[in-house]
Design a protein around this ligand. Structure first.
Ligand SMILES: [Zn+2]
Length: 274
């Protein structure tokens, strides 16, 4: 089905929120690229004018410092529904109200300096509680950002979807060590070499990366990277997919640690949906 029309003002807000975490999500759309460029220029002028906002996973620009790196990152410090979280005490939440309608399409693999991102073709979407969200991209964290009862998985995947209203729904899938995964292998082989901008992935089916069964955790949260915008409906699948230790090691060679620590749950509850 076609990607829904997104009103321009809302789209600009949405792109601003995603500009840092998922700049490459917009590469399918040159108009969106122009918006991103304008947004980055605006950030330049508001900042010290010398360099782009820089954040990382360690040291002076690591997660504990994100909120003070720039006023636009304030939610990282003072937000009330931040992600990721430790999934404990989930309450039975009844039916899933989640329908995943992903389809094969040509994709591109990008290294955005924080992770490996796969930008997908238009046409994949989900319905969540009766609302439509279009799949834009998915990317990887090592170790997993969400943890369950204190335990992290070796990696996780975040499938980023956007609604016409500008908010996001992200599906998290844990990756556990086991057999090698052929879909992951095809992505790793398409990671651009240094100096290349993007690798091509023909007729890639993101559904190949979904675990068996639709059981998942659901809670309201945020982007897990600056600006930590609190616009995400999180769906974390209870079942994991298997990848080989060699596949984890290959990612670790590029990004040995790109996971934000878990954040306080505060007033939220986590629902378990079947
Ligand atoms: Zn992520």
């Amino acid at each position: 089905m076609p990607r829904p029309e997104i009103p321009r003002a809302i789209f600009i807000t949405f792109v601003a929120a995603l500009a840092v975490v998922a700049l490459s999500a917009c590469q399918a759309d040159q108009a969106a690229d122009a918006v991103v460029d304008a947004e980055m220029d605006a950030q330049h002028e508001e900042g010290d004018g010398d360099h782009e906002l820089h954040w990382s996973y360690e040291g002076d620009t690591g997660p504990a410092m994100w909120g003070s790196l720039d006023p636009s990152f304030a939610a990282c410090d003072d937000g009330v529904r931040q992600s990721p979280v430790d999934i404990v005490g989930a309450t039975a939440g009844g039916g899933s109200e989640l329908e995943i309608r992903w389809q094969p399409g040509d994709a591109e693999v990008v290294d955005n300096g924080h992770t490996i991102v796969v930008n997908v073709a238009e046409g994949s979407a989900i319905s969540l509680e009766g609302r439509e969200f279009a799949l834009l991209q998915f990317h990887f964290h090592l170790p997993s950002e969400h943890i369950v009862e204190g335990s992290a998985s070796p990696m996780d995947i975040h499938f980023v979807h956007a609604a016409a209203e500008g908010d996001l729904a992200v599906i998290g899938v844990f990756m556990e060590a086991g057999e090698a995964d052929p879909a992951i292998q095809s992505i790793w082989e398409a990671i651009p070499a240094s100096g290349e901008s993007a690798g091509a992935l023909a007729a890639f089916d993101p559904s190949a990366l979904l675990p068996e069964g639709g059981s998942h955790y659901r809670y309201p949260g945020s982007l897990t990277t600056p600006p930590c915008s609190e616009i995400v409906s999180w769906v974390v699948m209870t079942e994991a997919i298997a990848v080989s230790q060699e596949q984890v090691d290959a990612f670790a060679a590029l990004y040995p640690m790109n996971a934000r620590p878990v954040q306080p749950l505060k007033e939220r509850t986590i629902e378990l949906k079947n």
